[in-house]
Structure formats: structure tokens, C-alpha cells
Design a protein around this ligand. Structure first.
Ligand SMILES: *Cc1c(COP(=O)(O)O)cnc(C)c1O
Length: 429
């Protein structure tokens, strides 16, 4: 059973100020979960979660996580700027990029972020670009082949563009050390959205063994191991979620088994979770505005793939609750669609739902990560507002909805811009 964190009554109140569609986030859920993450890894003195900014780049939400001790994992210059703007600096920021433009390395270095090198050739590129090798540096590992856990869940690192081979990693550590690096990190992201308590412990086991080998052969001082993201959430109601306490325990066991006996009991564990930190605590709320009966039954809503791209992009499942009908029988089968001129603009396909009336509010679950953030402007559609349901029950606007003015703002054609200005003025925008 998936339960919305707002009721129909609450949404009816909210829409008086903020019309649908909007993403709404649950502060209480975010805080409790982040605390549980820190509790699960409290056995490790240097533990830090670097929230993957790309998942939910909103300064208010990032601020909540920062208060609880989180740093930020950035993949671009704008994400670095955003992290800096909310007061993160130096070791609070991890720069895990790939195919990195020179100006992004320059900026990351300027604000003292920890740089995580995606490729062997980036050593020379970085040195040329910023004129030195930083004292603290991390390298991303890709073991190739297939990554498999005992429960059969697997992913395919051999097919992924990220990271260095094992041979390159050893060579990289030697070169970086000779160029003055003093504190080393190892990073790997080998499977995505894993709904199993085994992922981090399995990955940790492999990275810990690698760290011992690397330290022995290169003499590098390994100061942190970054398990990156990939811890999943149960998007489907019949899935069982991860137990972060169990995951922390599993990593601890590997740590005591592999690192401690090698005299490496001072290594800090870092994580870069995005989805696990935020996805369940965000939802897209949208209103049913049309119904259509042709060869199938369609419900048209006022949100579209621009507001939530995962179903269109990956065929991802997002659970839907019709607010006020939480306990009603699932007597209808609908495709729930947005208004894009793309037939993949469907939030649900042949989904069993209660009978939907026009004006009903649909709560699309688990949009708190990789939801709003993936938004785009196809068909001239505008991005929605983001709201925060605070722990005291009040609602705060944390990003206003885009207007046509935002959409047209980048035109460089004066006479059209002027004409658009007049049109928008008449429209009250
Ligand atoms: C996307 C990403 C993450 C976060 O992944 P989740 O699946 O949201 O946990 C972390 N680190 C890096 C380098 C990423 O690219």
C-alpha cells in the first residue's frame, strides 16, 4: 500500500493559492530518512552523504539536507554554483562529472570541491587546466563485465561510459601521487535503483579489496571510499523497500572484515544518494481535465511529461493515487496522459484505478528525485511550481511555476521580443 502524504482536503486548500500541476515535497519524510541514513553509518567516523544535486536541484531542499550534515555531489558548473550559494564549500562538495569541460574543473578547483576523475586522460587534462594536481583527489572505477548480486539482480558496467579500468586506476594513483596528491578516494557506481539491501555491501566488499591492493602497490593513502548512488526505492506497491540500517550494517561487516585487518580502519565512507534521499518524499499533483473513450479509456491531466519524464523516457512505473478515493475499488482501466504531441506522454498505461471524475486530483508518487529536475520545455510547455509541505503542516512555495516570460526570455530578436512583451502584458503575464 502506498499512502500519499497529503489528503484531498489539503490539496483543495493548496490549489486556492498554487494551481495544479505542482510538485510537493514532504519535509518530515526527508528529515526522518536522512537521519536514518546517518544513524545507519554512525559506526564510521568520517561518514558523509553527498546528496546528488542533479536529482532535485532546489536550494530549500538542499538546505534541509545540509542542516543534517549532508554535502553535495555535483555534475556540472551550475550545480557547483548552487551548492556554493547555499553555503557549502570545500570538502562539502564532490564533483563527480564526466566528459568534463575545462571551465567546470576550473570552477570546482576554485571553490575547493573534491574532484572525482572519471577518466585516466583527465589527469593530464586537469593538470593542464588548473595548473596542478589537488592534494585530495578521487578516481572513478569501472570493473567492466557484469555486476551481479547473489539475489540475481544485476547491471552492466561493461556497457557504461563511466570510470577507469582497474589497470588505469593503478597507473592513475601512481601518477597522481608522483604529482603531489596526498589523499585518495575511490568511487564507483555499478548499478542503478537497486531495491535490495545487498547492493552497497557487495559494492563495498569489492571496493575495499581494491583499496587494500591499491594502497599496497602504490603506497597511496586512501582516505575515503565513495559508494556513490544507486540505492533504490520501491516504485511499485508490491515491492519491499530497502532497509538502510541493514545496508549500513552490511557495509560495516565488510569494513571490519577487509579494511580494518589491513590497517585501513581510518577510511571514511561516502555516499552520493539522490533517489533514496528524496524520491519518496516528492509527488506530482495534477488534475483530471478530460476523459476520452476511443479504443481505450483515457484520462487527460493538466501535467505532462515535461513535469515528469521518467515514464516517457524509461517506461518507469509511478504509482498513482486518486485523492479522496484511496479506498475505492479499482474498477476502471485507464491510460493517464498529458497533452504533449507525443504518444509516450503517458503517466500510466492500462492502469487499474478507481473511477475518475473530471476535477479529481491525482497524486503521482515518488517524483522527489529525477522528477522535476528532468523537466524540459517541449511543445512550449512550462515547468511547474515546487512546494514544500513543512513539518508543521504549512505549505511553502520553494520554486514558482515558469511563465511564458521565462520561456521567451532567451530570444535575441528585439522586434519579436517587443511584440511578445505586448502580448504577455495583454495576457497579464
Ligand atoms: C546520478 C548519480 C548519483 C545519484 O544516483 P541515485 O540513483 O539518484 O542515487 C550519484 N552519483 C553520481 C556520480 C551520479 O551520476
Amino acid at each position: 500500500m502506498k499512502k500519499p502524504f497529503v489528503t484531498k482536503q489539503q490539496v483543495e486548500e493548496i490549489v486556492k493559492t498554487y494551481p495544479t500541476p505542482f510538485h510537493i515535497y514532504d519535509e518530515k519524510g526527508i528529515v526522518n530518512n536522512a537521519k536514518a541514513v546517518y544513524e545507519a553509518f554512525s559506526w564510521n567516523k568520517g561518514f558523509k552523504e553527498y546528496f546528488a544535486v542533479k536529482a532535485t536541484p532546489n536550494p530549500v531542499l538542499m538546505g534541509i539536507l545540509k542542516e543534517l550534515g549532508c554535502g553535495f555531489d555535483c555534475s556540472s558548473k551550475t550545480e557547483l554554483m548552487l551548492s556554493e550559494a547555499i553555503g557549502a564549500s570545500g570538502d562539502d562538495i564532490m564533483f563527480s562529472s564526466n566528459d568534463t569541460p575545462a571551465d567546470e574543473f576550473i570552477y570546482a578547483d576554485k571553490i575547493g570541491a573534491i574532484i572525482n576523475l572519471d577518466d585516466f586522460t583527465h589527469i593530464e587534462f586537469l593538470e593542464k587546466t588548473i595548473g596542478k594536481i589537488p592534494e585530495t583527489i578521487s578516481c572513478r572505477f569501472n570493473p567492466g563485465g557484469v555486476f551481479q548480486m547473489s539475489n540475481g539482480i544485476m547491471d552492466n558496467p561493461g556497457d557504461s561510459k563511466y570510470g577507469m579500468t582497474k589497470e588505469q586506476l593503478f597507473e592513475a594513483f601512481k601518477i597522481l601521487k608522483s604529482k603531489g596528491a596526498k589523499n585518495f578516494g575511490i568511487h564507483a557506481f555499478l548499478a542503478s535503483n537497486t531495491v535490495t539491501n545487498e547492493y552497497y555491501p557487495t559494492l563495498a566488499g569489492q571496493l575495499f579489496e581494491l583499496a587494500v591492493e591499491l594502497a599496497k602497490e602504490t603506497g597511496a593513502h586512501i582516505s575515503f571510499i565513495n559508494l556513490s548512488g544507486g540505492v533504490g526505492i520501491p516504485y511499485k506497491p508490491d515491492q519491499e523497500g530497502n532497509d538502510i540500517a541493514e545496508i549500513g550494517k552490511g557495509v560495516h561487516e565488510q569494513y571490519d572484515k577487509i579494511l580494518v585487518p589491513a590497517g585501513m580502519g581510518d577510511v571514511s565512507i561516502f555516499t552520493e544518494m539522490g533517489r533514496f534521499m528524496m524520491a519518496p518524499y516528492g509527488a506530482l499533483v495534477t488534475k483530471a481535465i478530460h476523459e476520452k473513450h476511443i479504443y481505450k479509456e483515457y484520462i487527460g491531466v493538466d501535467a505532462c511529461a515535461v513535469n515528469l519524464m521518467r515514464p516517457a523516457m524509461y517506461g518507469a512505473y509511478h504509482h498513482i493515487t486518486v485523492l479522496g478515493k484511496e479506498d475505492a475499488p479499482l474498477e476502471c482501466t485507464y491510460d493517464v496522459t498529458g497533452s504533449l504531441c507525443e504518444n509516450n506522454d503517458k503517466f500510466a498505461i492500462e492502469r487499474k484505478l478507481p473511477k475518475i471524475e473530471m476535477g479529481d486530483y491525482l497524486f503521482i508518487h515518488d517524483t522527489g528525485a529525477h522528477g522535476f529536475a528532468m523537466g524540459y520545455n517541449y511543445n512550449g510547455k512550462l515547468k511547474s511550481a515546487e512546494l514544500l509541505l513543512k513539518a508543521d503542516g504549512s505549505v511553502k512555495l520553494i520554486r514558482r511555476a515558469e511563465t511564458a516570460r521565462d520561456y521567451f526570455a532567451t530570444f535575441d530578436c528585439l522586434d519579436v521580443a517587443k511584440k511578445l512583451d505586448q502580448i504577455m502584458e495583454k495576457e497579464g503575464i
